[in-house]
Design a protein around this ligand. Structure first.
Ligand SMILES: [Zn+2]
Length: 339
């Protein structure tokens, strides 16, 4: 997947191409930005370019994407390239362990066989254990000349500051929703309404968009709409029950994401920005009625409450109580304004 096939991210890509072209490529980079938006693809494209047997040397250099080296990078079997990522990715909270980082030493001892660099990609770098991070730090303090480290992280604040300071940080931003929509229409042959739904829910993360099933999204859209603004809001017992069942079925992270989207749509309507892409577009009449009963600042407060809840998950906060409070506050706001 050469640079030319990546959708968006022109700025970091151009930065890297220029660094290679002018011989200013650093030893370590940190690609950061939301999950599933193209950081790993860009790391692969750079690795391919550095090893490509027939690179394009146009105004902006790129890999051919078809030579043996390019294929080996694509399939993660290139002898000069090592990809490290958390083991047991299916488990909650998977980690990168110190043994995985020690494998870097074996990679780095010899000079590269084909291209100019030995490349080590560390995906989800924030998942390194303290021991692993300290081992990496030692290597980063004195990296051999032919080595390039590409750290990828959607939560760079969880990396050791001493590691961050040794990397050149490149920020990756979500794509405009229209770009995701166009891509889905052209390459995933979706119906326009489905592509719109998927693009909106992807929040500009193309990798995420490609994994979403529009039919599944439609079912969830109805389900979470009812959970957010349904009749249960007027009954404490039902609020307790719904919060309990969301926690027990481990749906809290997903619920928070859908609730945030619902509040966002509501906010757009209170601000009279109804042309912006809305996830709950088919609920617009009901949303309009709700929008008349709540202020923009109250919606923002509720959304911040969800943010806190989201962060609280990592600190083992009591999710049930948090959700109950959120529903009660939402109810209060809607009642308060209509009273
Ligand atoms: Zn090639």
């Amino acid at each position: 997947m050469p640079f030319s096939t990546i959708i968006g991210h022109q700025r970091p890509i151009k930065w890297l191409q220029t660094a290679v072209k002018t011989n200013h490529l650093g030893h370590a980079y940190l690609f950061h930005g939301e999950a599933a938006i193209g950081k790993r693809q860009t790391a692969k494209a750079l690795t391919q370019f550095l090893h490509c047997e027939h690179p394009h040397e146009d105004s902006l250099p790129d890999a051919c994407g078809t030579c043996r080296s390019c294929h080996q990078v694509e399939e993660a079997i290139h002898p000069d390239c090592l990809i490290i990522e958390p083991e047991d990715a299916q488990k909650p909270n998977p980690k990168i362990k110190v043994d995985q980082i020690r494998a870097i030493e074996h990679l780095m001892i010899y000079r590269p066989l084909i291209g100019s660099h030995k490349v080590c990609v560390i995906d989800s770098a924030e998942a390194m254990t303290t021991e692993a991070a300290n081992a990496l730090l030692k290597t980063l303090e004195d990296p051999p000349d032919h080595c390039l480290f590409l750290l990828i992280s959607s939560r760079p604040e969880h990396l050791l500051p001493t590691i961050r300071s040794r990397c050149i940080a490149l920020r990756f931003s979500p794509l405009p929703l229209t770009d995701v929509y166009d891509f889905l229409m052209q390459h995933a042959s979706m119906e326009p309404t489905d592509a719109k739904l998927v693009a909106t829910f992807s929040e500009g993360r193309l990798g995420q968009a490609l994994h979403l099933d529009p039919e599944e999204l439609k079912v969830k859209l109805r389900q979470y709409w009812t959970l957010l603004f349904g009749e249960h809001l007027t009954s404490a017992t039902q609020i307790f029950e719904i919060s309990d069942s969301l926690v027990k079925s481990q749906q809290v992270p997903e619920a928070i994401q859908w609730f945030q989207q619902g509040l966002r749509d509501l906010l757009l309507l209170t601000l009279e920005e109804s042309n912006a892409p809305m996830l709950y577009r088919d609920q617009e009449p009901a949303l309009r009625q709700l929008a008349e009963r709540i202020t923009a600042s109250a919606i923002i407060e509720l959304s911040q409450e969800l943010n806190q809840l989201e962060r609280g998950q990592q600190r083992n906060l009591n999710m049930q109580i948090g959700l109950e409070q959120f529903f009660f506050h939402l109810h209060d706001q809607l009642e308060h304004a209509s009273a």
